[in-house]
Design a protein around this ligand. Structure first.
Ligand code: HEC
Length: 158
């Protein structure tokens, strides 16, 4: 039996509580991705590049698509595509949670994903009213993570 483990846990939890009380987010905290398997190893380790090349262009396309209800099937297709890309990309955030405040990270990612999924569903139903609500709500949750982990940088507007 290993009796040092519970003690370690107490020390770790104590240290974590101390950290939360005593300090704000460490901006240099890494978001090193965890691979589910060797085959599933991420292509890009850097969180910055990941957001810049996966999330940002998708967000910018969606912003222009969401400016008015799609006029034709091509428009709805663009909406379905980009909302699904963002929702599925949120799944890739779970493996990148930082050492500190990882639970909050997971909550922001899960909420962004579920609103991204709602946007995708509304696009499939060609319901622009629901799509607009989901789009705004998704961005609130994207921004929730940016507020906490990026000190309020990258506040995205619908
Ligand atoms: C769980 C946390 C988290 C969630 C959720 C999240 N982001 Fe980010 N995002 C980050 C972090 C961290 C950065 C800063 C990365 C860096 O520059 O190191 C960032 C940066 C960005 C940037 C700026 C990229 C740049 O190059 O300037 C954009 C745009 C962005 N995110 C879009 C989104 C969108 C859209 C969503 C929601 C669908 C989203 N993010 C959800 C953590 C998150």
């Amino acid at each position: 039996m290993n009796f040092t483990r519970p003690l370690c846990a107490v020390v770790v939890v104590g240290a974590a509580i101390g950290y939360v009380v005593a300090s704000s987010i460490d901006a240099s905290a890494g978001y090193a991705p965890i691979a589910l398997s060797d085959e599933a190893a991420p292509v890009e380790d850097s969180m910055h590049e990941f957001m810049e090349y996966v999330f940002q262009p998708t967000y910018l396309r969606l912003k222009s698509t969401m400016a008015a209800a799609p006029a034709d099937n091509k428009g709805w297709k663009a909406l379905k595509s980009d909302s699904l890309i963002l929702a599925e990309s949120c799944n890739l955030l779970f493996g990148r949670k930082p050492d500190e405040h990882g639970d909050d990270w997971v909550k922001h990612a899960a909420a962004s994903k579920s609103q991204g999924a709602a946007l995708y569903k509304a696009a499939r139903e060609k319901n622009f009213e629901s799509a607009t609500a989901a789009w705004k709500s998704m961005l609130d949750n994207c921004n929730g993570c940016h507020r906490q982990f990026e000190s309020g940088k990258h506040i995205l507007q619908p």
